[in-house]
Design a protein. Sequence first.
Length: 135
Amino acid sequence: MKIDLIKLVYDQVKELEIKGEFLISKNYWQYTDIVDLKEVVVFGKIRKTISGELSLELEVKGIMVLKDSRTLEPIDYQYSLEINEIINENEQIKQNVLDIEPILWENVLLEVPTRIVSDESPMHLKGVGWEIKDN
C-alpha cells in the first residue's frame, strides 16, 4: 500500500487522491480479537502543507469479523472512521513513498469493540448441568 509521492513532493500537483480497496496484512491482526479483517475501502487525499508536511485526510470503511461475547460465533462488525493526520518528514517521505498500511491499522485497531453480542445470540445459555440467566 505504498503511495508514490513524487508529484506531490515536487509540487507538480496540489494533492494526491487515494481511492481503492486495501488488505491489511494478517501480521498486524493475527494476535488480536479479530478473527478476520476484510478489505478496507479508502477514499481521501494527501496534501502538502505550507510547512512541507503531508496532510492525510481519509474516510475508511470495512468489515471485521469478531467473536460473539456469549457464543463465540463469528460476527461481521462494520466500521467507519475518518483519519486526519499530519505526517512529519520520515524515511519514507525522503524516499518519495508513503506506506499507509500502518496508519490504517492503527486507526482500525481503535475501532475494535471490547464486547460484541449478536442480535440472534440467545439470552439464556445452558448446557449439561449448568445454565446462565440474565436478570
